[in-house]
Design a protein around this ligand. Structure first.
Ligand code: FAD
Length: 300
């Protein structure tokens, strides 16, 4: 007999929501999280969009709710999934668990540029958390790379602390929500660097310069700065899922409308799945849909 009806992998907002909905529908539910609960949202002090407030508060409230509702919270890292008779075996760094259904809500992580200096200067000026590290760059200059919602949102956070934010973008206009573009335009200390890419991060013990190349002229120049933040999109974290749970070309898990993957009994919710909407409202909707579909699949 399986240990649980449902195991939810990942305690970001989609996983926490799925675990809450699953336990409320009467399923014996476990939540497995490798790091701290909350996922991507814990680094956001001021949420944008329909979900206002601090990301940490939002995640903490959900975490308290699922604990009170009786979800078993396991601090483990999932390494593989496999079929086990009628159920599914979830292997972690701490052992094995079995469930009748699994909801993969393991999210995504911020991509790296992979340029020289990025790994070398990690924690020495290279960061991906504007809210956590912004105050360290008070009255300094920083470089932010990207042209989407995350890059603009985080540039606005940094602009509150920094003397100047150089916003390096490959294109000639941002592809972000209009209210973020408007807010950027109002900040005199945010300077867009259009049609440009970051090529290298330079310094001695700490970041001192970022080399950027203008993609039209091919000319390079160095921007003096103390901090470097790249927000160039996300990559899914689902290496542990078997090949049977099909992926799209970018590695995101493919699901049907009920969020079931190609592996029967295995569902995917939130930032890990192809076609995810991108905002917390979508993470919440996905968590609820996946839990409902898991309940139905188990004869609910
Ligand atoms: C910089 C930035 C700013 C944003 N700002 C906003 C905003 O203001 N408003 C808004 O609505 N949205 C915002 N978003 C989007 C929002 O944060 C995400 O869409 C949402 O948090 C995704 O939630 P998730 O639960 O699907 O994934 P995640 O938050 O990625 O959670 C996945 C969880 O799974 C865990 N996990 C991964 N692998 C394993 C494993 N093998 N074993 C166990 N656990 C595992 C991870 O540790 C993580 O906790 C922002 C995103 C970024 C990157």
């Amino acid at each position: 007999m399986a240990n649980f009806d449902v195991i939810v992998i990942g305690a970001g907002i989609s996983g926490l929501t799925a675990a809450k909905a699953a336990v409320q529908s009467g399923l014996r539910t476990a939540s497995i999280e490798a790091l701290m609960f909350g996922g991507l949202v814990v680094n956001i002090n001021e949420l944008d969009g329909e979900t206002a407030g601090s990301g940490t508060d939002f995640a903490s409230n959900l975490m308290m709710e699922i604990s009170e509702l009786g979800v078993e919270n396991l601090s483990e890292t999932v390494s593989s999934l496999s079929r086990n008779g009628n159920g599914i075996k979830v292997t972690t760094d701490a052992g094995e668990h079995t469930a009748r259904a699994v909801i993969i809500a393991s999210g995504a992580k911020l991509k790296r540029l992979g340029i020289p200096g990025e790994a070398e200067f990690e924690y020495k000026g290279v960061s991906q958390c504007a809210d956590c590290d912004g105050p360290m760059y008070k009255d300094e200059e920083v470089v932010v790379v990207g042209g989407g919602d995350s890059a603009l949102q985080e540039a606005l956070v940094l602009a509150e602390f920094c003397k100047r934010v150089h916003l390096v973008h490959r294109g000639a206009k941002f592809r972000a929500q209009q209210h973020l573009i408007d807010a950027i335009a109002k900040h005199e200390n945010i300077r867009p660097v259009w049609n440009s890419v970051a090529e290298a991060i330079l310094g001695d013990a700490m970041v001192q310069k970022v080399r950027v190349r203008d993609v039209s002229s091919n000319a390079t120049r160095d921007i003096d700065c103390a901090g470097f933040f790249a927000y160039i999109g996300l990559q899914p974290t689902c290496d542990f899922a078997p090949a049977d749970a099909a992926r799209d070309a970018a590695g995101y898990l493919v699901t049907d409308a009920q969020l079931q993957t190609k592996m029967p009994g295995v569902f995917a919710a939130g930032a890990v799945r192809a076609g995810y909407g991108g905002m917390l409202t979508h993470a919440i909707a996905d968590g609820q849909t996946a839990a409902k579909a898991a309940k139905a699949a188990l004869g609910g």
